[in-house]
Design a protein around this ligand. Sequence first.
Ligand SMILES: [Zn+2]
Length: 591
Amino acid sequence: MSTERSTYEVTATRKRPQDFDRLVGQDFVVSTLENAIKENRIAHAYLFSGPRGVGKTSSARLLAKALNCEKGMSAHPCGECESCRAIAKGSSVDVIEIDGASNTSVNDIRAIKEEIMFPPQSSRYKIYIIDEVHMLSTSAFNALLKTIEEPPEYIIFIFATTELQKVPATIRSRCQQFRFQLISQDLIMKCLASAAEDIGIKADEDALFWIAKEATGSMRDAYTLFDQVAAFSGDHITLQKIREKLAIAGFSAISSIISAVLSGDHKTAMENLSGLFADGVSAEQITKDAADYFRTLLLYKEGIRRTDILGSAIQDIPEDIVAMLSREQLEAALKAFLSLYRDLRYSLSPRFEIELLFSRLASLPDLTSPEILVRKIEDLKNGVAEGSVVIRKKVQRVIEAAPAIAETAQEATEKKPEKKEESQSMVPQPEQEDEEEPSPAEDIAEEESRPFSLSDIPAAAEMLSKMGKTVAARYLEAVESISEKDDGSYFITLSKPLAYNNLKLAEKDVSKAISSVMGYPVAIKLRLEEKKALTDDDFSDDMKRLKAFLGGKLIKTETAGQNTPDEGKGAGNYESIRNVEADEFDPEQPQ
Ligand SMILES: [Zn+2]
């Protein structure tokens, strides 16, 4: 930052409160001190703690004035008497200001101990204001402790510190403590507006907003920055001038780069970024502003609308980006910039690092956080426990059975004379993904479980029969092929609508039966896939053998079918598997 200064008296000094009423943002401290003075309850040691630049030293001087005013002790010192004027100038012999940071030794404290034996020269009290008191050494604290335990009546200590926790508890407990707060952004803006008015300068609200934000709650920092800005702004302070002179990126510049990246316009993004470097904005500043940007969006996403917390005006916040990114994604981006900020000073090329990080933001919408992954794994775990997800070592081989096998007796007898050769479009294929029936949890699948295959069908059919589902049991024998899907569930393919429809009605029971036979939950999905008439040439030798094998089984089914009173009529009419295949389609079957 520039060290340019205006020639007029610095604002922080000019605006230093000469009265408790002018002390901004510390209402609780002010009212407590005023009451104490009014009621003549004066402590011999005060401890003012709080962030830098919020009025601790000013309050200490105000208190000294109030205690030593020649017109009588008052919360509203006259400001005109010898004592008041001397304190305001810092030249009062009875108000001694000591910087704890440079007087840390025990000898310094011994000197004070000797001094306090002498009463004030011309005032009511001899007041020691020790700033940054936490800097004192342990032995100095110990020496001080004895002094403040039993000080002469005329001695008052006012300690100030930014780091209360470093002040020993023994000291703290002997002081009346006051905690000073950060000053709100709104209040800082008001004070800045008043300061601008005092010196006859016009100041845009967004410019003052920016200064107030940079000051992060410190009135002194705000005034210092204000002076710096006022020095180059002529008679009008604008955000544009601040950006140019102080080489800051700012929210809107960062916002436009990130919008471009996220919309895939890499070229514009890199050009804008390059423009910032060309304007002399430092890598640190860009990184800081980008972190700031994502912090603001994150807070906004969480529902925060107070501009003093957001650090940005509501109308500047890009709603579309907030909507596009999840909380986790915004967090990740914020983390990335904060971490880059830490690493920048070790970087060979800070500029490259920044360009790289901005480029990477393009994939931000795809980012899944560890938290989401953990949640997904949890869901999966619960799914396995409930039986809706089957985990089994993936077996690459897909079991394909002969595409044509015989059918049940009923189907054979219900054949219609009219046949459709091209019947694919007549029967809608069942949806592939949306109606999977989870099989009941009977056991958590073991890694090495045997995959479900056609050879398990007879046992599954038998199980269905035992469950009293004899119709489904019979139709199950019409299964043509079984194939394992990537997710571990199985497609059970049938070529006959009648078999498909009947099994579909009993799908849960079928799944239960198969799971029971296999010893682990098996998720199935029934699929209707009609076949055209096939010739022997359609079969490989293996398939022919398999067909013969399965054909043998089907004779058994016919027997089972005959045992089923309502559906067992007309069994055993096959001439050949191929003929049955060709005759099987019935367009009037309900779906
Ligand atoms: Zn006075």
